[in-house]
Design a protein around this ligand. Structure first.
Ligand code: AMP
Length: 419
């Protein structure tokens, strides 16, 4: 089915084709006509489903169909606002919008704004206003407080990765942004998961939305991600990882650990063992993070060791292997981590290292995911550590102090007599 049959104008269908999008993905098929018709949208869609273009294409068409920036002498007012949880996603969404809008006439002025970098270039760029803004909520509010932009004319609001926005504690910023927007507007809401806080926000925000549910990879025809769980002693994980990488000839492996420090340390150790490895985490400067990501995409690194920072929102084509060196804190984080591989129909492998101390936590993740994997032993790495007493396994990751959330969870579980 061509993009034009969804109601897209030929120039935008061509812009999509120029990016190699010849046929719409399921979320695009459902969302594009609905957004063009002006209705609200509530979409369950993972990164990797094509959700960015699902809103970016109709957003650009609606912007074109209106007065496209107005007469040259009036300052541009923000017409479309895309809120995202992380800098990386902001940059990624901004890039998709920029590429799709490149050949439009007139072309919208697009600004991408996020924290962690100097605000001055963003203030400068906003001189004369902007038509479309992609931003993280905190920096958007800073810019508004500097009078760099006005949000009173926003006609289209997109919340991308709404669950992550709330997870990262942006609820207050979000309400402050919403209070600055006009009541009359179109709202598009994208989220990979729908915990109660996200449901409530969606109910408050949306008016008779069209609901679009894109099947998660687990429901797709092909088993996209093969999962393996390997039992190993805590102290032998690095050696095992090195051996697996070498024996299997793995290239482009994303390895998840619990802390920034662990990411640095493990990347260093692998590097000394002749594996092209580097780290990617929130303690690095924005410039360093972008550079690493670019080099990883260009296949200049075989292994990137990261924290949950990279678990969501990043799309790296053909990322064949994800390794949980440290287990994720929750089943939801696990879904996001393994979602970095096996995308766009390619097959992927997700390997989880399970130690004696994390076995109970792993079993909890399996239970929440409705799966049960055989716990593999690799020759030469058979675990010798004894399993800890049962109560040691209630949440948290070895090497990390239990967080407030872990303690609350453990207390609730103890009360209910489960977990
Ligand atoms: P997203 O879910 O927006 O992060 O998109 C995931 C990946 O799918 C990106 O690399 C896009 O470039 C790609 N993509 C999006 N739409 C299409 C399409 N219609 N055909 C092929 N690839 C697409």
């Amino acid at each position: 089915m061509p993009f034009t049959s969804l109601g897209l104008v030929p120039s935008l269908a061509q812009a999509a084709a120029d990016l190699g999008f010849t046929a719409p993905t399921p979320v695009q098929t459902d969302a594009i006509p609905a957004v063009l018709a002006g209705g609200d949208l509530l979409a369950t869609a993972q990164t990797g489903s094509g959700k960015t273009a699902a809103y970016a294409l109709p957003l650009l068409q609606r912007w074109q169909g209106q007065d496209a920036g107005g007469p040259a002498h009036t300052p541009r007012r923000v017409r479309a606002l895309v809120l995202v949880p992380t800098r990386e996603l902001a940059a990624q969404v901004g890039e998709v919008l920029r590429l799709l809008a490149e050949k439009l006439a007139p072309r919208p002025k697009l600004i991408v704004a996020f924290g962690g970098v100097s605000i001055n270039p963003q203030l400068m760029a906003l001189r004369g206003g902007a038509d479309v803004v992609v931003a993280t909520p905190g920096r958007l509010l800073d810019l508004e407080e500097h009078n760099a932009l006005k949000l009173g004319a926003v006609e289209l609001l997109v919340l991308d990765e709404a669950d992550r926005l709330l997870d990262l504690g942006f609820a207050d910023e979000l309400s402050r942004v919403l209070a600055l927007l006009p009541a009359q507007r179109q709202n598009l809401f994208f989220s990979a998961t729908f915990p109660p806080a996200v449901e409530t926000l969606a109910r408050e925000l949306l008016h008779e939305p069209l609901r679009v549910d894109v099947p998660s990879p687990a429901q797709d025809e092909a088993p996209v991600v093969l999962q393996r769980a390997i039992a190993v002693d805590d102290k032998r994980r690095t050696q095992l990882l090195r051996q697996l990488i070498k024996d299997n000839g793995w290239q482009r492996v994303l390895v998840f650990v619990a802390t920034q420090y662990a990411a640095e340390r493990l990347a260093g150790k692998l590097h000394h063992g002749d594996i092209y490895a580097t780290s990617f985490h929130g303690g690095l400067s924005q410039g360093a993070r972008q550079q690493t990501l670019k080099e990883f995409k260009e296949k200049r690194w075989d292994v990137v060791v990261t924290t949950d920072l990279a678990a969501r929102g990043l799309h790296i084509d053909q990322l064949p292997v994800v390794v949980n060196y440290d287990l994720p804190r929750s089943a939801v984080d696990h879904v996001h981590r393994i979602g970095r591989t096996g995308r766009a129909g390619e097959s992927g492998l997700a390997v989880s290292f399970v130690t004696a101390a994390t076995l109970a936590h792993w079993q909890l993740i399996e239970k929440r995911q409705g799966m049960s994997l055989p716990l593999e032993h690799i020759a030469g790495f058979e675990p010798a550590d004894p399993a800890p007493p049962a109560e040691a396994g209630t949440g948290g990751i070895k090497g990390k102090r239990p967080s407030k959330k872990d303690k609350l969870r453990a207390a609730a579980a103890a009360q209910k007599g489960e977990d």
